[in-house]
Design a protein around this ligand. Structure first.
Ligand SMILES: [Zn+2]
Length: 74
């Protein structure tokens, strides 16, 4: 199971990417532990790689406890 609980709700890699990006990605990879802490609340941060368009790949980071998120274009 790659589903995780984020802000009290169960998410898949696609819905997690949608929370970070604001829209549903074309593709998303498995959710992974980012091995870092949220700068806002110290909560656990998870990451997901996704493609917002055919030519872009982004790694998104999201806190599981609050609404903090960050993304890195690659
Ligand atoms: Zn947080």
């Amino acid at each position: 199971m790659s589903n995780r609980v984020v802000e009290g709700r169960m998410v898949t890699s696609e819905t997690l990417a949608e929370m970070i990006e604001g829209e549903r990605p074309m593709e998303a990879t498995e959710i992974e532990d980012a091995d870092r802490e949220c700068p806002e609340c110290g909560g656990n941060v998870i990451s997901v790689g996704y493609m917002p368009s055919v030519t872009a790949f982004v790694t998104g980071y999201k806190c599981q406890d609050c609404d903090w998120s960050e993304k890195e274009d690659q």
